[in-house]
Ligand binder design. Structure first.
Ligand code: SAH
Length: 355
């Protein structure tokens, strides 16, 4: 990030109007610039051909137009999932995933470079948090993918690297810009934000009364097991997390999704399925079972298929709405942060070898 320049792609239309006026331009220019950035998805002021050369020059001088550089893309032979590695202006690297479904194209974006939440099975958090992503950097993951594929992105899941509620203000701004009618205008209902459960921020998000889906990473039916998987469980007991989720549902009318990654011998036996049914009770919600995607730094093992199906059946018996998540792009380092981690490890090896 260039600190002394204005991050123009993170501005909303009213902020952009003020900026445009401050450089002596007519207010209507703001909408033109906004559309160039957020609808036509250009990456350079010089592409904004209905602005004078002089205006473009002024913008160059005081602003930075965030544009991610694609450094790699891996395409799954199994299901066409595409996993992108992007470089940010400061050289940091993030990853994003495009998943093609019958109902449309869905992009999974990162919200931070790295993560400080420390979940035991997750590759994104192994090296800690580097920094938050700006709203523009979150947007541009979607823009670059839409531009590259030439296909409309209809759904966004904030489930890549990072904890979105740990980058709260930028997340809100991102949602405002991606849903804006002068931009890609993705419906709030087609946006899902996944959190490990930062309780005060769930309340704050609920009070915004957005129509987005909130997904809560549960991964255990009780605090004892949850604490072994997720350090955040030491800060917020499950009883408080569930209360916050209920509040989210009350305020927004949006059914919660609970994510439960199944780890063999850790959280996948019958008692745990029963305890999970008890915890969920008759809440109007949806459970997403995720077979854990093993990472080489940890020795977690995926539950076998039979166990997973049994776990699902036990929940269904109790009237719970549950699906097993399809593993998209398993052949291309599909799990959060794995591609980036491999890239950084390789680069580190090369540097140590003096290449
Ligand atoms: N910080 C957010 C987003 C993380 S990624 C959160 O915690 O929800 C989205 C989901 O994938 C989370 O439920 C996360 O716990 C889960 N996840 C991360 N790594 C995984 C892995 N290797 N196998 C299975 N699920 C994983």
């Amino acid at each position: 990030m260039i600190k002394d320049k204005i991050d123009i792609k993170s501005l909303d239309l009213s902020e952009l109007k003020k900026l445009v006026e401050s450089i002596g331009e007519k207010p209507f220019r703001a909408k033109q610039i906004y559309e160039w950035m957020h609808q036509k998805l250009v990456t350079d002021f010089d592409e904004m051909t209905n602005l004078s050369k002089n205006t473009r020059e002024k913008l160059h001088q005081i602003c930075v137009l965030t544009a991610l550089k694609q450094i790699d893309v891996k395409i799954s032979k199994i299901d066409g999932t595409r996993k992108y590695l992007f470089a940010l202006n400061d050289g940091n690297v993030i990853e994003s995933v495009l998943m093609k479904y019958k109902h449309g194209n869905s992009v999974c974006i990162s919200s931070q470079v790295g993560c400080r939440m420390g979940c035991r099975f997750c590759a994104s958090t192994l090296d800690g948090l580097e920094r938050n992503l700006t709203p523009a950097e979150m947007l541009d993951q979607i823009y670059r993918i839409q531009k590259e594929t030439g296909e409309r992105v209809s759904n966004v899941v904030v489930m890549g690297s990072g904890e979105p509620l740990d980058n709260f203000q930028n997340l809100l701004k991102f949602i405002e810009l991606i849903t804006n009618e002068d931009g890609l205008q993705i419906s709030q209902r087609n946006i899902t934000v996944s959190t490990c459960g930062i309780v005060p921020n769930i309340y704050q998000l609920a009070d915004k009364k957005l129509q987005i889906t909130l997904a809560l990473s549960l991964h255990a039916p009780n605090d004892k097991v949850r604490k072994t998987l997720m350090p955040i469980a030491n800060a917020y007991p499950l009883s408080d997390v569930m209360k916050a989720c209920d509040y989210y549902f009350e305020q927004t009318g949006r059914r919660m999704t609970f994510e439960y990654s199944l780890v063999s011998g850790v959280n996948d036996n019958e008692q745990e399925a029963k305890a999970l049914s008890g915890l969920i009770g008759n809440r109007n919600c949806h459970i997403n079972l995720i077979p854990v995607n093993p990472i080489k730094e940890r020795d977690f093992v995926q539950s076998d298929r039979e166990n997973i199906v049994n776990f699902k059946k036990l929940l269904e018996k109790n009237g719970i709405n549950v699906t097993i998540r399809r593993e998209m792009g398993r052949d291309i380092d599909g799990a959060c942060g794995q591609l980036r981690k491999r890239y950084l490890d390789q680069k580190g090896d090369e540097q140590r070898a003096g290449m």
